[in-house]
Design a protein around this ligand. Structure first.
Ligand code: PGA
Length: 232
């Protein structure tokens, strides 16, 4: 059975109180699930709280949650220092094992260029934080694919038209792109992202080349996220 990555990208959502509710919502769920790696990517403000929940679950909520992993949604292209507003790799490393790099929303709203994305991948590599490198087009792979060794990167294919639109790509097309990515980069995990729900997740994860999903909107609801994990 292939290993699947199920990643929650909460984007700019959830206060600490809402996070507590979400965590209570998953409290009866039995982790770990042998072939599934579950990674939560909350806002920076919530990483510390989530780490505490995972390491020391509240009384009555079993320690099975310790199998959850954390990821950041972004990383500074610079080392720690005089870069107001940035969160450096060294700081992230305290809380997270993964980091999303190159998400299309960052490319679009924050004008992230290939050059910046490459620096972010380099920082992640230097501090041994595994990047979840997002691309919306296969052409975005070329410049960046050699920065991080194959054993230490995950690629997420997220077509622009599918993100937040409710119009997921077809599993056939997504699997075909995943296979092309593997031909270029080699045998690394390739995920699909864009309007994944509990209803369509299996159609992606059962294809031969897709190794999991990056879930935005549908991960905000604890029950829906648990159902995604169960159906994947
Ligand atoms: P979505 O977001 O599931 O809300 O489409 C996915 C993503 O942007 O990673």
């Amino acid at each position: 059975m292939k290993k699947l990555f199920i990643i929650a990208n909460w984007k700019s959502n959830k206060t600490s109180l809402e996070t507590k509710d979400w965590f209570q919502g998953i409290s009866n769920f039995q982790f770990p699930i042998s072939n599934k790696e579950i990674i939560l990517c909350p806002a920076f403000t919530l990483l510390s709280n989530l780490k505490s929940y995972i390491v020391n679950p509240p009384a009555g909520e079993a320690g099975h949650k310790s199998s959850l992993k954390l990821g950041a949604q972004d990383i500074s292209p610079f080392e720690s220092g005089a870069y107001t507003g940035e969160v450096s790799a060294k700081q992230i490393k305290e809380f997270a094992d993964y980091v999303i790099v190159g998400h299309s929303e960052r490319r679009q709203h924050f004008h992230e260029t290939e050059e910046i994305i490459i620096k972010k991948l380099e920082m992640a590599q230097k501090y041994q934080i595994k990047p979840i490198f997002c691309i919306s087009d296969i052409s975005q792979i070329h410049n960046s694919s050699f920065i991080v060794p194959k054993s230490n990167i995950i690629i997420a294919y997220e077509p622009l038209s599918a993100i937040g639109s409710g119009q997921a790509d077809t599993p056939e097309n997504a699997s075909n792109i995943a296979s092309q990515i593997k031909k270029i980069v080699g045998e690394i995990p390739v995920l699909y992202g864009g309007s994944v729900t509990s209803e369509n997740v299996a159609s992606f994860t059962k294809t031969p080349y897709i190794d999991g999903v990056l879930v935005g909107n549908a991960s905000l609801d604890a029950q829906e996220f648990l159902t995604i994990i169960a159906h994947a």
